[in-house]
Design a protein around this ligand. Sequence first.
Ligand SMILES: [Zn+2]
Length: 206
Amino acid sequence: MLQLWSELPGLERLDTGVALTFDDGPDADATPEILDVLEAERVTATFFMVGEQVEAHPDIAREVVARGHAVQAHCWDHTAHPQVTDPAADLWHTIEAIFKATGVAPTHQRAPYGRFTPASHEACVTAGLQPVYWSAWGEDWEDIGSDRIADFVTRDLSDGLVILLHDSARYAHRPSARATAAAIPPIAAALAEACLPTKAISSAPG
Ligand SMILES: [Zn+2]
């Protein structure tokens, strides 16, 4: 896996600023709460959405855009890429669901579990999207408390971090993603203390 990671290039860090990213939604369980907390903390984030979740919750997907966040592509139904027989079709299905619900055309993709295959990486690049990984995470796919999620994220803060979090527990080992919402205020406080501004991952310059 580590070998694939290095052989299949993608965005792991930003030039400047820190990106808070949320995978696996939109989901009624925690996405609305996460949007409220982000607004209260004045943080603009990036949501890597799952096509089947967008189709099930188009209103929440639209709300993410209405609150000023970036929307990007994760996958259709969270099948690991080695098991996806037609990665280009999987990606286009996802892009179309996001565009139909939100009017946003994704410019970046993160693969489920951060693992592209050579074929899915090529499909991503051929579709004009930039592959994205991460450089910090909250381990919030496990059933842990918000304090531990915040500790994982903030223990080694630096400029350029791409932070992986999840706004849905649907493909994880925990019953709810609400602990992630509760972890955002301490993460935002630590970023502010370190004078690290947050920014979204989008095609916009800068
Ligand atoms: Zn995921």
